[in-house]
Design a binder for this molecule. Structure first.
Ligand SMILES: Cc1ncc(COP(=O)(O)O)c(C=O)c1O
Length: 417
């Protein structure tokens, strides 16, 4: 299924013309497809069949309330990394009892709140964090459900900035430390050991590292059994890649089947972010100026790195297409760049397009790690977000105003002078 497609030479989001959306809501704009989110989620849900499982959507990938609401209505669980994310889930009717809490630096306050909400499980990242969870659980008299995040030391063969399963990365603990933490937890009346988790990175396009990590985790689970520590679930993390360019992606059904073939009766948790929301969103921006300097051609658009950071941060590739697929304009090899004063402020490089000032350019597969990584750099208000459901559409986050940029700032007044 592809919810963004050309019809009569105009890009559509479900049944709505993207040109119409731009006229209605202004530029730049994020546009999400509700049906694509549902399709992606159901594809994963189906892959598990009747095996006990819980899909915990990784809120960090896109935390817009409308997106979370679509998933909560499907009965999804969530993977959160802060109380802010947990509160978002609760605000849209998601169940805390279906939330896992990940992240390397949970604070005392966050742990207490999550316990009071009754989350499904803490994914514990260190001995120090386990001690803190135990002490908070003791203080408030609520037994804490825990899973230890194991760092399997597997090379996910993805961009180094989104690789998390190597010893050199800050995430999780090695198998030997995990074993000692489980032993300690098993002797605590304040901790309920429920699972083991790992997450080896993001935008992974080869299934082999996933299976390597799973095998290492299962080895550890066998060692735990010898110690009479029996887990209820294994959490295989997120990380399944999407198609930005011509990558070969992972077949979800086959991947999940190979997991199910190995885990016996253990419940399986999965924390997908990008594979649920990545291709369910686009970012659309308008050409303000065309500029050709000797051999170089720039299309200067009104969207920038502060709106969509991935190209600047990771050198990521996104397809860039004209919303109106015509041959009008100047044919050249264009860099599509924003107005921010940084050389890294580009959305796409070296694209063979016919362009005119005023054209809308859609940056595809921008639903994940798009808006959430946006900022107000260069005092630019954050852009609006819109959701489409067949022929209906509505704003799901208002465009910020200039006034909102400095509403929390105060002029310093020196009271002494
Ligand atoms: C612990 C954890 N789980 C899940 C995810 C989601 O990963 P992805 O969006 O690649 O599926 C991340 C993202 O890096 C993560 O850190």
């Amino acid at each position: 299924m592809n919810s963004f497609y050309f019809h009569n030479k105009v890009l559509h989001a479900e049944s709505v013309s993207v040109s119409d959306l731009m006229e209605a809501y202004g530029s730049p704009l994020y546009i999400y497809s509700k049906n694509q989110i549902e399709f992606n989620w159901y594809q994963l849900e189906k892959a598990f069949g009747s095996h006990p499982h819980l899909i915990c959507y990784a809120v960090k990938a896109n935390s817009n309330l409308a997106v979370l609401n679509v998933l909560a209505n499907l009965g999804s669980g969530f993977d959160v990394v802060s109380i802010g994310e947990l509160e978002r889930v609760i605000a849209v009717g998601g169940k805390p009892s279906l939330c896992v809490f990940s992240g390397v630096a949970k604070t005392k306050g966050a742990i207490q709140k999550a316990l009071e909400y009754g989350i499904y499980c803490f994914n514990v990242e260190s001995a120090s964090e386990l001690n803190l969870i135990e002490s908070v659980a003791n203080d408030i008299g609520i037994k804490a459900p825990i899973s230890i995040r194991v760092n399997p030391n597997v090379d996910a063969k993805t961009h180094p900035y989104i690789s998390t399963g190597l010893t050199e990365n800050k995430f999780g603990v090695g198998a030997d430390i995990a074993l000692s933490l489980y032993k300690k937890a098993s002797n605590s009346p304040h901790l309920d050991i429920c699972g083991l988790d790992y997450h080896i990175g993001s935008q992974i396009t080869d299934v082999i590292p996933f299976i390597e990590a799973l095998d290492k985790a299962l080895e550890l689970i066998e060692e735990l059994k010898v110690e009479k520590i029996n887990l209820r679930h294994i959490d295989i993390g997120g990380g399944v890649g999407v198609k930005y360019n011509d990558e070969k992606t992972i077949n979800i059904e086959k991947y999940i089947q190979s997991v199910l073939d190995k885990v016996g009766g253990l419940q399986v948790l999965i924390e997908p972010g990008r594979s649920i929301i990545g291709n369910a969103g686009i970012f659309v921006t308008k050409i303000e100026h065309l500029k050709q300097n000797n051999s170089k051609s720039f299309a200067i658009v009104d969207g920038a790195m502060n709106d969509l950071l991935r190209p600047a941060l990771y050198g990521s590739y996104h397809h860039a297409v004209k919303v109106s697929e015509n041959k009008k304009g100047i044919k050249a090899i264009w860099d599509i760049v924003g107005p921010v004063c940084e050389t890294t402020d580009f959305l796409a490089k070296d694209r063979d397009l016919n362009l005119e000032e005023g054209d809308y350019i859609a940056i595809l597969t921008a639903g994940a790690y798009g808006f959430v990584l946006s900022s107000n750099y260069n005092s630019r208000p954050r852009v609006a977000e819109v959701m489409v459901d067949k022929s209906s559409h509505a704003i799901v986050r208002k465009r910020e105003t200039i006034e909102s940029l400095f509403e929390n700032e105060l002029i310093f007044k020196n009271e002494i002078n």
